[in-house]
Design a protein around this ligand. Structure first.
Ligand SMILES: [Cu+2]
Ligand SMILES: [Zn+2]
Length: 268
């Protein structure tokens, strides 16, 4: 068995193990509730002289078992719904525009940033496809981060600081995407394993992504600003992250494959 087959096998075994464990927990819960129901009836019928209440007690027991069954069923269905939510593929898009407060002599950056997450427990991957940087032959590096607010009322200046829900120093913020190489005025990059999330309490949906003029010093600048924002410089362009369907992601995936084929042809 090769490594991929083994990985597939594991991916099938793990949900099966989860189901078994969940079923066992539910069975345990059901038995516990049943015993509690029986226990309460046994206690009420412990006096042998009260034979006249036997039928009523039995009806009470049947009703309690029915209630217990309904509760277990409800829990089971809720777990099923939760599993569906956890496994749902999520997409988001951010349409980058130059900051409204940017002086006209600055680079006018436009483009798309696409996000995909294959379930609430998965890491995010993203496509960055931007243009409008100075068309220099030399490679330059630009920082991109998620900022706290999706407020573009004063251009990128109103997006606040880096999104920092856990109150940690830069560059440990969930939207610290780091530096991106720019060649011939373009930035094209596919990144995996990002710690940002499209779901849950720390979702980046509705927050801004900011493209900076400079390079991120990744917290090694030796000053306070370095531990807050990486001294990445002016905010050139930004956008607000919003949910989307998978169309843009699929078309960019095709474009990526096409580019890869072209570069392979050039090298052979
Ligand atoms: Cu930033
Ligand atoms: Zn940061």
């Amino acid at each position: 068995m090769d490594a991929r087959a083994s990985a597939n096998g594991n991916s099938k075994i793990l949900p099966a193990m989860f189901r078994c464990r969940t079923s066992a927990m539910l069975a345990f819960l059901f038995c516990g509730l049943l015993l509690a129901a029986c226990g309460s009836v046994t206690w009420t019928t412990s006096d042998p002289g009260e034979s006249g209440v036997d039928l009523a007690d039995r009806l009470d027991l049947v009703e309690k078992i029915g209630d217990t069954h309904a509760k277990v069923l409800e829990i089971w269905m809720e777990l099923g719904r939760q599993r569906e939510v956890d496994a749902r593929e999520m997409h988001a898009v951010c349409s980058v525009q130059p900051s409204a407060t940017l002086p006209p002599d600055q680079p006018q950056i436009t483009g798309l940033i696409l996000f995909r997450q294959l379930g609430t427990g998965s890491r995010v991957e993203a496509f960055f496809n931007l243009e409008g940087f100075p068309a220099e032959q030399n490679v330059s590096y630009r920082a991109i981060h998620v900022h706290e607010f999706g407020d573009l009322s004063r251009g990128c200046d109103s997006t606040g600081s880096h999104y920092n829900p856990l109150d940690v120093p830069h560059p440990q913020h969930p939207g610290d995407f780091g530096n991106f190489a720019v060649r011939n005025g373009q930035l094209w990059r596919h990144r995996f394993g990002l710690t940002a999330s499209l779901a849950g309490p720390h979702s980046i949906l509705g927050r801004a992504v900011v493209v900076h003029a400079g390079e991120d010093d990744l917290g090694k600048g030796g000053n306070q600003a370095s531990l807050q924002n990486g001294n990445a410089g002016r905010r050139l362009a930004c956008c607000v992250v919003g949910t989307s369907n998978s169309e843009a992601w699929e078309s960019l995936t095709k474009e990526r494959k096409k580019r890869r084929r072209e570069s392979e042809c050039k090298t052979t």
